[in-house]
Design a protein around this ligand. Structure first.
Ligand code: KIV
Length: 356
């Protein structure tokens, strides 16, 4: 009887040596999806964004932080991906976005760029990365050059105009961000709706004009009353992208983890959860733990086989090694016993000599 009665691998050695799909191999031909009927996507550029805005078509924007989320967003047809500094909270577990560093932004930007070929990709400059025009330029260049972003985004109105102008002059697309600016939420008195008084709305409009004038390609309006956001949108020639700013903006942006139900620390009023992926994932992980615990995982199909001939040869080798080592061990035991007898005799002789 063979030691491994594995019928499925009764192949010639040549066949058995053929590389097995392990890592890096695509799905088996029978698992491959038929070619999608959708026409191939063209890359979204700043011209595409302007074109859609000009035709009054809403722009869809979503945050993405890594390769798989970028790929999924790309397949879903998003126009714009934002590698937001919200990564600090929803992915890295910080309690605010202010702790996010340029290195962390670059790390995530690169992953998103690898996952998305067609979406227009915007990278956030994190808190402290654009205190001066020179900082803004240097860090924006890094996001474009190393992070492969198509644009950068920074927070603030009139006070950051010099930084925006410097970055625009360097030939980089800039997206502004006003209203609630999480990086400076402490200075705004916390995470609260902005532009709620007539005077605050005037300030917001002045900031929006300043960003347009400075050369921004678009501006995010976060947590702004819907009628104010709508009015600002109507006054600008560049698109507004709203988050908590109502339906009158030129487009909408959401945080990926809010949309998927993956961030349980808070669910902002302005976000819409499209799926409770957190619960789906939690159930899947519990199932995995249970399967490992009951040895239901892995099954034969999830394991790798060895040809009977090779396995038998291996076991035969082990048996003969064991026999040899058993024989050697018996030899040793005999030698040890003889040595011990010899010692006893010597001791007895010595005792007899001493007794005389
Ligand atoms: O970092 C981020 O996710 C953002 C969006 C909220 C616009 O800036």
């Amino acid at each position: 009887a063979t030691l491994a009665a594995n019928g499925e691998l009764k192949k010639s050695l040549d066949e058995a040596d053929a590389p097995l799909p392990l890592y890096g191999a695509g799905p088996a031909p029978e698992q491959q999806q038929p070619a999608a009927a959708k026409p191939p996507r063209k890359p979204v550029t700043v011209a595409t964004v302007r074109g859609k805005h000009g035709r009054g078509e809403p722009l869809s924007m979503l945050t993405a932080y890594d390769y798989p989320s970028a790929r999924l967003a790309e397949q879903a047809g998003l126009d714009i991906l934002l590698v937001g500094d919200s990564v600090g909270m929803v992915v890295l577990g910080y309690d605010s976005t202010t702790q996010v560093t340029m290195d962390e932004m670059l790390h995530h930007a690169k992953a998103v760029a690898r996952g998305s070929e067609h979406c227009f990709k915007v990278g956030d400059l994190p808190f402290g990365a654009y205190l001066t025009a020179e900082d803004a330029m240097r860090n924006s260049v890094a996001l474009v050059k190393d992070g492969k972003m198509d644009a950068i985004k920074l927070e603030g109105g009139r006070r950051v105009v010099p930084q925006i102008e410097a970055v625009v002059d360097a030939g980089i697309n800039v997206m502004g961000h006003i209203g609630l600016t999480p990086q400076t939420a402490a200075a705004l008195g916390g995470y609260r709706v902005q532009g709620k008084s007539a005077q605050a709305a005037e300030e917001l409009l002045a900031d929006a004009y300043a960003l347009e004038q400075a050369g921004c390609m678009a501006v995010v309006l976060e947590c702004v009353p819907d009628r104010i956001a709508s009015y600002v949108t109507s006054r600008l020639s560049i698109p507004t992208i709203g988050i908590g700013a109502g339906a009158g903006c030129s487009g909408q942006v959401q945080v990926l983890h809010d949309v998927l139900g993956l961030y349980d620390k808070l669910q902002p009023k302005f976000s819409r959860q499209y799926v409770d992926a957190g619960s789906v994932i939690a159930r899947a992980l519990e199932d995995y733990v249970a399967d490992v615990g009951t040895a239901a995982f892995p099954c034969k199909e999830e394991s790798f086989a060895i040809a009977d001939k090779q396995y038998d040869e291996f076991i035969a080798g082990q048996i003969s090694l064991e026999r040899e080592s058993n024989a050697a061990a018996e030899d040793l035991a005999r030698q040890a016993q003889a040595a011990s007898l010899h010692l006893q005799q010597r001791q007895a002789e010595a005792e007899a000599v001493r007794a005389q």
